[in-house]
Write a protein that binds this ligand. Structure first.
Ligand code: NAP
Length: 358
């Protein structure tokens, strides 16, 4: 009934909007130049387009510059996604931006500052039919997606026993299912074209259990592992996959997840613009993953990856427990857990030993 978003907008009413420069007819010389540009790797096209934009602006020229390609960004109405979309536009990409609510229209207007084409699609990605509809809209543009940031995601704070099932299933449907669905559609097209770059927003919580936001942390572990796994499969195809691992970032995330009253939400946070900048750079470099933001994130991710899960869970719980006391410092929490490590390892070895002897 409402093919373009839950606001009920129709195509003509405009939940799918496109805007951008009017393309002037190109002569043969222009076509030659465009062919050369389009044959270059996406990140080089981005540099070229950016340089031409800057030069064009400096000279007061309004001629549209060649595009760096077409980028798809989900969850682009706010926070990290909006800043990722800005990175793409600033580097010469035309973009398709997607989000659930009609604020995506405002975000698209904000992004339409230069000569780049910005299309927005309003869609609730928890519904697979809407994922297909977004893809149909992208395909209708008649050009391949050369880069994508699959970033839409939500969380829910609190113990599983204290929170409604629907919130947890929404996480699975959005963070996990829609990411796999869109990635499959993108990969099929990109492999056929022999090029493409996919950025999947995971999190530093992907590397350890996440008590009090367990479904969310598990969803991020899923997409992180998924990104690293398919990246390997795609080796040699011209398609790269990068996992963006932010730490606590200053967006609407904690409020939406009902996590304001947690130590992590009360603590220092990174600027989403900085996170997006690092994510974009890692994507263009074709890196496997990037732990974006502060040094604390890198330390947390490294610890999470190397501590036994039972201890990682205790460190995570200290950060995400509703009403939890702020740990005097992260170092103190971690050191106290590491201090108990010999004792825990001793009991673990004892338990394993007694099982083996049985
Ligand atoms: N903030 C952090 O501390 C942090 C840390 C690590 C990872 N992350 C991840 O970063 C990503 C972006 O989050 P953020 O921090 O930037 O939070 P945010 O500002 O709340 O952005 C979330 C985005 O996802 C969209 N979205 C939510 N539900 C959707 C749905 N059903 N269908 C389509 N789009 C939907 C939102 O659009 P609507 O408003 O229209 O629903 C919004 O554009 C998420 O994957 C999150 O898990 C965040």
């Amino acid at each position: 009934m409402f093919p373009f978003g839950r606001s009920g907008a129709t195509r003509s009413a405009g939940a799918v909007h496109r805007s951008g420069p009017t393309q002037s007819p190109r002569g043969p010389a222009d076509r030659d130049e465009a062919d050369v540009i389009l044959a270059a790797p996406a990140h080089l096209r981005g540099c070229r387009a950016l340089a031409e934009d800057v030069l064009g602006n400096a000279l007061g020229m309004t001629t549209p510059t060649p595009t760096a390609g077409l980028a798809l960004v989900t969850g682009a109405s706010s926070g990290i996604g909006l800043e990722l979309a800005r990175q793409f536009v600033d580097h010469g990409f035309d973009v398709v931006v997607v989000a659930e609510d009609d604020a995506i229209g405002t975000a698209a207007s904000e992004l339409r500052s230069g000569s780049r084409e910005v299309t927005h699609v309003q869609a609730d990605l928890t519904d697979p039919k809407n994922v297909e509809r977004v893809w149909a809209e992208v395909s209708a543009l008649g050009r391949p997606v050369t880069a994508a940031a699959l970033n839409a995601g939500v969380g829910v704070g609190g113990a599983l026993a204290d929170t409604p099932l629907e919130r947890h299933l929404e996480i699975v449907d959005l963070n996990v299912r829609s990411t796999v669905h869109l990635t499959k559609l993108l990969v099929d097209q990109m492999v056929a074209n022999g090029e493409g770059r996919i950025l999947i927003t995971s999190s530093i919580v992907a590397v350890a259990p996440g008590p009090y936001h367990a479904t969310y942390a598990a969803s991020k572990a899923f997409v992180h592992s998924f990104a690293e796994g398919i990246r390997h499969e795609l080796d040699g195809t011209g398609v790269t996959v990068t996992s963006l691992m932010p730490g606590a970032t200053d967006t609407r995330f904690f409020e939406r997840a009902g996590m304001q009253d947690t130590p992590v939400a009360r603590g220092p946070k990174d600027d989403p613009a900085d996170v997006a900048k690092e994510g974009y750079a890692a994507l263009m470099e074709g890196r496997p993953h990037v732990r974006a933001g502060s040094l604390k994130n890198a330390v947390m991710a490294e610890l999470g990856a190397h501590l036994p899960d039972v201890i990682g869970a205790r460190v995570g719980a200290a950060q995400a427990k509703p009403g939890g006391a702020d740990p005097a410092s992260l170092k103190q929490t971690v050191m106290s857990e590491i201090g108990h490590l010999p004792q825990r390892v001793g009991s673990l070895v004892g338990a394993v030993g007694s099982r083996v002897r049985r």
